[in-house]
Each structure stands twice: as structure tokens, then as C-alpha cells.
Design a protein around this ligand. Structure first.
Ligand code: SF4
Ligand code: SF4
Length: 148
């Protein structure tokens, strides 16, 4: 198991980032991953652990988290990063829209461009929205505010 995201790993594929704020009895993320990359050793109250050797960055786990705490980052583009976030609001943004990128405190940090919207019935009202963000903010931007 490799629980660290090495630079080599970041350059190979998108990778999941899990940001559970606290230990709570919750574990849908464990069953959500088709590759068995998320585990919760010990008990359901532990924080999830990621095996980056198994995570392919497939996005599937994002809408399965009731706490909206799962993101996927893609650092492969040279001049920006891609950040995939859960999005529950309606109407959904559209590919090509611009929006304000918000950090974990809801503060506007930059403009972002919507590069993908994946919405499916099986996601239970939570879409996956892909954002193009400045590289230095890939681990800061965690939500958007639609401006158009
Ligand atoms: S992004 Fe895909 S492979 Fe990675 S942890 Fe989530 S479901 Fe598993
Ligand atoms: S489903 Fe979400 S909130 Fe629950 S343990 Fe997994 S990442 Fe944390």
C-alpha cells in the first residue's frame, strides 16, 4: 500500500483527495471504489485511508460521499490543474462556463472554467464537476460559485 502521493504518481494519473473533517461513523467511500483503493482499517469511525497504487482517479467515489469530502486532482496539464468536485446545486453549470473558485472557507480565490459535468441518476442528485484551476490553487479550490 502506498498512502503518499509521490510526484511520480501525480504525473501518471489523476488522484483522489479525501478531506473528511472529523472521525464520524461513515464509510460509503470504501464500497464505492471499484479498485479497493479506499479502506478503513480498524472501525467505521476511522478516517479513510487511500492506496495510491490502486487509485486510478476514476472519479466514481466523488458523488458517493454524503459529506462532499472527496475530490480528484489532475496535475498532468502543464499550465493548470484539473480539480473534480461534488456539486449538488441546480441548475448545473455547463462545460465552458466560468465560475468563481472558492476555498474551504467559501472565500473566492480565482476564476475557474468548467471543463466537464457528469450527472447521472445513480449519483443520487450529486454531479461531478471538473474545473480548470491555476496550479498553485489545486489544493485550495473545493467549491464554485456560478457567476453567469
Ligand atoms: S478516484 Fe476511483 S480509483 Fe480512486 S479512490 Fe476514487 S473510486 Fe477509487
Ligand atoms: S464517505 Fe465521505 S465522509 Fe464518509 S468516511 Fe468516506 S470520505 Fe469521509
Amino acid at each position: 500500500m502506498n498512502t503518499e502521493v509521490s510526484t511520480e504518481r501525480k504525473n501518471a494519473n489523476p488522484y483522489v483527495v479525501i478531506e473528511c473533517p472529523e472521525k464520524i461513523p461513515c464509510d460509503p467511500c470504501v464500497d464505492a471504489c471499484p479498485n479497493g483503493a479506499i479502506s478503513m482499517p480498524g472501525s467505521i469511525i476511522e478516517l479513510p485511508q487511500i492506496d495510491y497504487e490502486k487509485c486510478t482517479g476514476c472519479l466514481v467515489c466523488i458523488p458517493r460521499c454524503p459529506g462532499l469530502a472527496i475530490f480528484v486532482v489532475d496535475d498532468r496539464p502543464e499550465d493548470h490543474s484539473l480539480v473534480y468536485i461534488p456539486y449538488e446545486f441546480l441548475p448545473r453549470p455547463k462545460k465552458g462556463d466560468t465560475a468563481k473558485g472558492l476555498d474551504r472557507d467559501g472565500k473566492e480565490r480565482c476564476d475557474v472554467t468548467i471543463i466537464k459535468v457528469i450527472d447521472a441518476k445513480k449519483f443520487d442528485r450529486c454531479a461531478i464537476v471538473g474545473l480548470s484551476v491555476p496550479k498553485e490553487l489545486a489544493h485550495e479550490i473545493r467549491a464554485i460559485r456560478i457567476t453567469e
